[in-house]
Design a binder for this molecule. Structure first.
Ligand code: HEC
Length: 101
């Protein structure tokens, strides 16, 4: 019984950060144009993670892109500036996106 509770607690502890970031993405309206694994208006976040895998400077650039918006990387559709996120939130979201597999 203790063992089950322990593994349950571990699962929750491990699952929570990712879920919190998904919730942040929901509350910041990112999921209006993105999903984790399907292209909608914007690219699937898993595709973003795949594209930038192993690129050390990607995260800093993506933080700026999220805040200022832009186009031309995934197509001609433009991502508007996301003025509802501050830099710390943008960094948290980008870290979450890049951690997706
Ligand atoms: C109105 C629709 C829209 C919203 C809202 C939106 N995006 Fe985007 N996003 C796009 C589009 C379109 C692109 C593709 C831009 C391009 O091709 O350069 C994109 C691209 C991206 C990329 C990849 C950028 C690159 O240069 O590879 C990331 C990361 C991203 N969005 C994160 C976010 C986050 C985080 C939020 C919420 C704060 C968000 N987006 C909100 C439409 C949106």
């Amino acid at each position: 019984m203790n063992r089950i509770l322990f593994s349950l607690a571990t699962t929750i502890a491990l699952a929570t950060p990712a879920m919190a970031d998904q919730a942040l993405a929901n509350s910041k309206n990112c999921m209006a144009c993105h999903t984790v694994d399907k292209k909608v208006l914007g690219p699937a976040f898993k595709d973003v993670a795949r594209k930038y895998a192993g690129q050390k400077d990607a995260s800093a650039q993506l933080v700026i892109k999220v805040m200022k918006g832009g186009s031309g990387v995934w197509g001609t559709t433009r991502m508007p500036a996301n003025t509802q996120v501050n830099e710390a939130e943008a960094r948290k979201l980008v870290d979450w996106i890049l951690s997706l597999k």
